[in-house]
Design a protein. Structure first.
Length: 636
């Protein structure tokens, strides 16, 4: 029996029991793990198909044709590594170390596979990403209120009565967490724009208009306070700025709230009174905070659990262990130049990036405003290297492509951003490619670097990280996972309390209280692009094939445009246009359309990111705002 762990960018981080039998990989959920609970999600169950895919890269490639054309020649690992090292050395000598950018993200969340390559890039003093595409605005907002984005351990839900899934389709994206809430017999509510599968399985569903989360949460807070349903003792002892916040929300006129949110006065009251009575916990999703109002929305929502007496009554993030040793920031000799993730195209256009090294990510599918990004790469002098398992869209645009292996082929560990368990990943079999840490060691050697930290083995790094976090290697090896004990926490805010009046927000030039601004767009329809059940951003499109490229549209919007179910339509704005088939659905409210995100343009011919906005919310850490995209649709 071999222990594995799913390294995908997913809340659940499932512990897996694997074996290699008759040349085939077999996987099942670890029955001993309290959250994995012996089963895998539909994507996890199909991991052998991904592992054995005939499309896996086997040899390094060097580009021979136009960028993006797919014309490559096969080469040896020795030539490929030497070519990358030579070009890296040349770029640093000619343009400086900060002209090199390593672009990596959470396509593989193994601690070593994710962080170890950064040791080399820290040693070389190159530019790093300032991550903003996923959950940055919400992180900043929660720090404004609590001083941390780390919320409740989901296993503590057994002591609760109600969980609200606010802007998260947990049945698709956090299946084990959703079923954990069911197992604990919690009442489940959903707040969302779309009537998702989670909403359909909830006791109550509150369907709101995009960007009105702020207004809805403030209205709920007002009703709780003015009806004296808040926990007065808790608030008195633990909250800073309650009286000021009370004065702020009591001035709120509830009549426009109904019009703006799409909820009736009765629904708003039902939520407020029920939430207070049951002392609800809120799982705050990532999707809606990827908008121009996302940070303000999370600030408003985060106040509600504290009002009813929770120290940390939200679920958003879970940082369990210190992994900094794996990254090796101590090897750097000058300050880091951080490039905002959402502004990659802008920095390429400005000539500030001359060498781009990509791993654990597929930005030419996942980043918004793809037409701009692709044009920037074609028109500017950038040497691009991609290390991946498949010939992704990003690999197609690269000068050198290095074959990666899968997490079933190497030793690693992974933690979760949902629960408090660290899981072991042992190699089951070896097929093709090299791990990120192997390639890092090869590059360091080709560059003539002798620093011993660049040559540590995966096991050495893992053991030192475990030891630094008070965890025992032998226990992890025996069980396949260990739970990290939770240390006593205090609020790291200026006041040392939960701040309804946020001093940190004021310091960034924001209002001390969450503010609502009506959404505005240059086109009539708001485009949302959530993840599909069978993909994780762009992953699995090429191996599972079970995607849904249709545009979902409300029948009323379709009728106004003389569009019928199954028609071919063009979706367009000033960034691009795509053609697809329309499906009419009352699950999507009037004024909103939906396309699932980040399929491979090289396979589909387009994806939603040919339309999405690459704007950022600067005061919330340059967080993404691609859900603040507006389009129109016409029949073709």
């Amino acid at each position: 029996m071999t222990f594995s762990v799913c390294m995908r960018d997913c809340y659940d981080t499932c512990s897996i029991v694997s074996e290699f039998k008759s040349g085939r990989l077999i996987v099942k959920g670890n029955p001993e793990h309290p959250l994995t609970a012996g089963f895998l999600c539909p994507k996890g169950a199909l991991l052998p198909r991904w592992f054995h895919s005939k499309e896996r890269l086997r040899e390094p490639l060097v580009r021979t044709g136009e960028r993006g054309s797919g014309n490559f020649r096969r080469t040896s690992w020795e030539e490929a590594i030497n070519l990358v090292a030579e070009k890296l050395r040349e770029t640093i000598e000619k343009h400086g170390s900060e002209s090199v950018l390593v672009y990596q993200y959470a396509g593989d969340r193994g601690v070593v596979n994710y962080a170890f390559p950064l040791r080399l890039f820290h040693y070389l003093n190159i530019a790093m990403l300032d991550y903003g595409i996923c959950d940055r605005a919400g992180q900043e907002a929660l720090r404004d209120i609590y001083g941390t984005a780390v919320g409740m351990d989901p296993e503590e839900l057994k002591r609760q009565k109600l969980i609200v899934y606010w802007g998260i389709n947990a049945f698709w994206t956090n299946l084990h967490g959703f079923l954990l809430a069911k197992r604990y017999d919690l009442e489940i509510w959903t707040v969302d724009v779309i009537r998702t599968e989670t909403a359909k399985r909830s006791e109550k569903f509150f369907q709101i208009w995009p960007d009105t989360d702020v207004l809805f949460a403030l209205a709920v807070a007002r009703l709780i306070i003015e009806n004296e349903l808040h926990d007065e003792d808790f608030v008195r002892e633990n909250v800073y700025g309650f009286e000021e916040f009370k004065n702020y929300v009591t001035k709120l006129n509830l009549d426009p709230v109904e019009h703006e949110t799409g909820l009736s006065r009765e629904e708003i009251e039902e939520f407020a009174f029920g939430f207070a009575e049951k002392r609800g916990v809120i799982h705050i999703g990532y999707g809606f905070q990827r908008s121009l109002s996302g940070g303000e929305a999370v600030r408003a929502i985060a106040i509600l659990p504290a009002l009813v007496g929770h120290r940390l009554g939200f679920i958003y993030d879970m940082k369990t262990i210190d992994k900094s040793y794996a990254e090796g920031g101590f090897l750097r000799t000058k300050p880091i130049k951080r490039i905002p993730q959402m502004k990659l195209a802008e920095y390429i256009e400005r000539g500030e990036i001359k060498f781009l090294y990509v791993y654990n990510s597929n930005p030419l599918a996942s980043l918004p405003n793809q037409n701009r990004l692709r044009k920037a790469l074609i028109e500017n002098d950038v040497f691009m290297v991609t290390h991946d398992i498949f010939l992704t869209d990003t690999a197609l645009f690269s000068d050198v492509v290095l074959p990666a292996n899968t997490f079933f082929e190497r030793l690693d560990v992974a933690d979760s951003y949902y629960h408090r368990h660290v899981a072991l990943n042992e190699p089951v079999a070896k097929l093709y490619g090299k791990s990120n840490s192997e390639v890092t060691r090869l590059l360091a050697k080709a560059l003539g670097i002798e620093n011993p930290y660049l040559y540590e083995s995966n096991e050495e790094v893992i053991r030192k990280i475990l030891e630094a976090n008070g965890l025992i290697w032998e226990e992890l090896k025996a069980k396949g996972f260990v739970k990290v004990p939770e240390k006593p926490r205090k609020w790291e805010t200026p006041s040392g309390k939960i701040e309804f009046y946020s001093q940190r927000a004021v310091g960034r030039g924001l209002s001390p209280f969450p503010e609502y601004k009506p959404p505005q767009g240059n086109y009539p329809l708001r485009l949302l692009s959530p993840t599909h059940r069978m993909t994780i951003t762009s992953q699995y499109h090429n191996t599972y094939g079970m995607i849904d490229p249709n545009l979902y549209m409300n029948p009323e919007d379709a009728a106004e445009r003389e569009i019928c179910d199954g028609d071919t339509v063009e979706v367009f704005n000033d960034r691009g246009r795509i053609k697809t088939t329309v499906k009419l659905s009352d699950d999507v409210p009037k004024g909103v359309v939906l396309l699932y995100k980040a399929f491979w343009p090289s396979l589909l011919g387009w994806n939603v990111n040919f339309l999405t906005s690459d704007k950022t919310v600067e005061k919330y850490g340059n967080g993404s705002a691609y859900h603040s995209t507006w389009v129109d649709v016409r029949k073709v």
